[in-house]
Each structure stands twice: as structure tokens, then as C-alpha cells.
Design a protein around this ligand. Sequence first.
Ligand SMILES: Cc1cc2nc3c(=O)[nH]c(=O)nc-3n(C[C@H](O)[C@H](O)[C@H](O)COP(=O)(O)O)c2cc1C
Ligand SMILES: [Mn+2]
Length: 499
Amino acid sequence: MLVALPAVAASIQHPGLFQEMEVRMDMIKGHQELVAALRKSGDVIEVTRQVDWNLEAGLIARHINETGDRSALLTNIKDYPGARMHASPLSNYRRMAVAMELDPDTPPKKIIDEYERRVRRPIKPTLVKDGPCKENIVKGDDINLLQFPAPMVHDGDGGRYLATWHVVVSRDLEQRDWVNWGMYRCMVHNEKYLGLLTLPGQDIGRQYLKYQAANEPMPVAICIGPDPCSAAASTSSPGAGVSEADIAGAIAQEPIELVKCETVDLEVPAYSEIVIEGHLLPNVRVVEGPFGEYTGYRTSPRDPRPVVKVSAITYRNNPIVPIANMGTPVDECDILFSITWGMDVRQAVSKLPVAAVHIPPEACGHAAVVAVHKIYEGIAEHVANAIWGSKLGYLMPFVIVVDDDVDPYNWNEIIHAMFTKLHPQRSLHARHCTPGHGLYPFLSTYERKWGIASNLLIDLTWPIDWDKNIDVPQKASVRGMYPRGLAEKVVAGWKEYGF
Ligand SMILES: Cc1cc2nc3c(=O)[nH]c(=O)nc-3n(C[C@H](O)[C@H](O)[C@H](O)COP(=O)(O)O)c2cc1C
Ligand SMILES: [Mn+2]
């Protein structure tokens, strides 16, 4: 569905596809440019008093996420004169809207629909000769990861995480034209080594297994603080073989500019704040983690994990180190998974009689709420099977199916349905020994270790054999208990009553 958006300055009209869209010419090219745009919309504050990289900066990011406040540009960092950090770059829908050059007041559903409309048209990146990320180049003995204020994000984390909002670029060993972009956390081990989380279910994990089998170091480039569209694309999962750079271009609606790396055969977003080049070593492990995670808990143990040996660092003048602090909602993961996983769920159920889908950010991506046209019995099972049979199957343990009179974007309506239509014996369908991952907080330590999960379908639809006039209770709501014409008239003329 196309959406009408408020007119903005310097717009262009495209024929056809873009008839109802106004598109701005000034794409936000980098993270510094995102901060400038947020400043313009009033969505970032500048903190000039001294902030400690050790927990205080992370705590500020965490509190922003838990209160929905503005993001914070920290310009006075302890031990790092002149350095800057940006706490919580994209942890609410307003900042997501700004990143997509939309009105910050755009409602979530419109942002999500617009994102989906854009990614249907991938745009390949362009290679440019030079870019801001080459303003400073460090190689060899001069490499020192601790020259940047890597934050200690949560108390009890295994170390300082320099990369929490970034793109990890890597090329597949066999399918050489597949360049994967993903956001996978990076912990500083010392001046020249980073720990990198490469879960086997993630694309980087798949690629790494191939390099490891061949006993070859895997070239990687970690682009910290890229433009927001590249960051967003890196959190999506278009599947093995698809390059997220094309998705980033789609979101930005113009090609992402890439520059060649100095020491590895990879290309990186030209406006990245900091680019760390190096190799993920085969068959070398150093203990990494734990870390506060997207589920809102610290679940995974400190374990031996793969290591990057750094071969070069390039960075913009006066770079900003972003902090995305994973934890209880709403953080960047919650917003981006709501968008990208929502899209994947819509795709998975696209051939079923589905009215609307939403992944509520408050459920940190663990639940899909699907409104259906209940035209046959078992449709809830059908929907759940479609979702659990897709790639998302190991990420989304809960599926809530509602009738089409419930808006999946409205928690009040979902909760109301949950505690009125849920039959404690009939409506809950648990499945055991399903694919899942080690971060599900509700699993036992043993189940987490082996990824032995359980899923639950919550079916909140009225049974098909209930007579609509006798058995199905009528909803005492504006939509459910008044003549439609009258309800529409009263709601449309709401202001005329003096409200
Ligand atoms: C802020 C943020 C941090 C993330 N950290 C990790 C991480 O450390 N490890 C991981 O496997 N996924 C992490 N993710 C999720 C991945 O980015 C996401 O699953 C992505 O789709 C992976 O891309 P892929 O399908 O190309 O592997 C993070 C997401 C966000 C938004
Ligand atoms: Mn991928």
C-alpha cells in the first residue's frame, strides 16, 4: 500500500510507483549527518558535562531506551578529550522516521509500510574513490583500538564493546559475489584484537564455518556508525546469497557509496565513522561475553569465541562512537526487528487470508500478532506453521492469532482479546522440541545450550462453528455495537463535539 506523506522541501516526483510519495534529495549519508538531522527535528540532546565511558554512557543509553527519551550526543568523555559518543541512535520510531527522511510524527504502521515498499526495489551500491572514512588511516604498530572510547555498556559485561551499532562486511568463500552485511557485537580484547560473535544460524556464522573448514583467515571490515540505512539493512535477514548493501540502497532510495578497504578485499560505506579492517582467524578462540542482550536479559555465558586480528583502522575526523544498548524494550533491536521481521512474517503468510501483521517492539521480536479473516477452522495453526516453517522459525517462539476486528498494532486491543477470548484449555497450543536459540530466557540452561526450544500458539479467534448471532459474543465497542454509518459519522465529526 502506498502512503501519502507530508510534502517536504526539495522533493522530486517520480512517475508510477512514486505517485503518492514525496522523496527528499538529501539522503542522510552518515552517522554525523543523522545526528544533524535529529538535532533539526529536536530528537537529540547534547550532553556537555563529563560522562564516563565506563558504564555511565551505557546507562544513559539504557535509560533513554526505557523511557523513550531523545538520544544523546555525549561530547565530554572521561579519559578521551575531544571524543564523542551517541547514545541510542535509533531506539524509537521517531528517530527511525528521521533516518528514513520521513516526518518524525509518522505513525509506526506507516513507517513500516513505507520501509516495506522501499525494500521491494533493491538498489546496488556505487563504488567511489574516496570518502570521509579515509580522513585518517592507521596501520601496523600504530593500531590501537583503545584510542576510541569503547563503552563498558552494562555492569558485568565481559569487556568493552566498541561495535554495538555497525555493519560487519564479509565475503563468502565459495559464492564470491555474496557480500554479507550484518550487525554482530564486537568486544575489544586488546589494542589489536577484537572478539566477534558469529552464531552459526547467522549469515556470518555460515560464512565463517567455510573459512574455518578451509583453515583460511576470513577478511572482515567492521564499520562503526554507518549511515542509518546501512545499519538498518544489516539487521535484516534477506537470506544467504543476498547482499544487504542492495537493501540499504533501497531504504535510502539511492545507492550507498562504498570505498575500498586498505588491507582487505572488501568495500565499506564511505561515510562510516570508524572502519576496522582485519581477519577473523580460523580455529582461534578467546573468551568473549557475556553481554546484555536483545531479549532484555543476559542469557549467554562467557565462552571461547572467534577473534579478529586488526590490520588497519580508518576513521572520520572527530568520529562519533554510537552506543546501542541492548536490554529491556525499547531498543534498536526491538524497533528494527518489528520492521524487518514483520516484513518476513508478512511474506511467510502472504498466501493465507491475513488482514494485518505486527511484531510488537515490547515483545522484543519474540511474538508475531497476526489478524486473520477467519474463513476456515485451523487458520491459526496454518499461520503459526507458516511462520515457524520460515527462517524466522528459530527466532519467534510466540504466535498470537486474532480475528480481523483486532488491530495488531494496538496492545490494548490485543490484551483485551487475550483476556476475554482465550479459552484456557482450547486456545493454547504448545509445541516442544522446536528450533530456537540459546538466548530464549524461558529455557533452562540445558535447553539453551542445545537450542532445544518450545513454541506457543495463542489462538484468539472465535471457533468457526459458533453461530454469529447466538454463540459469538458481540463486542461492545464503537465498531462492534453501533450502526456503522452512525459510528463513522460520530467519529469523523469528533472535533465538532468540542473534543
Ligand atoms: C543493535 C543490534 C545488535 C545486534 N547484535 C547481534 C549480535 O551480537 N549477534 C548476532 O548474531 N546478531 C545480532 N543482532 C541481530 C542481527 O543483526 C540480525 O539477526 C541480522 O539479521 C543478521 O543478519 P544476517 O541474517 O545477514 O546474518 C543485532 C541487532 C541489532 C539491531
Ligand atoms: Mn545476510
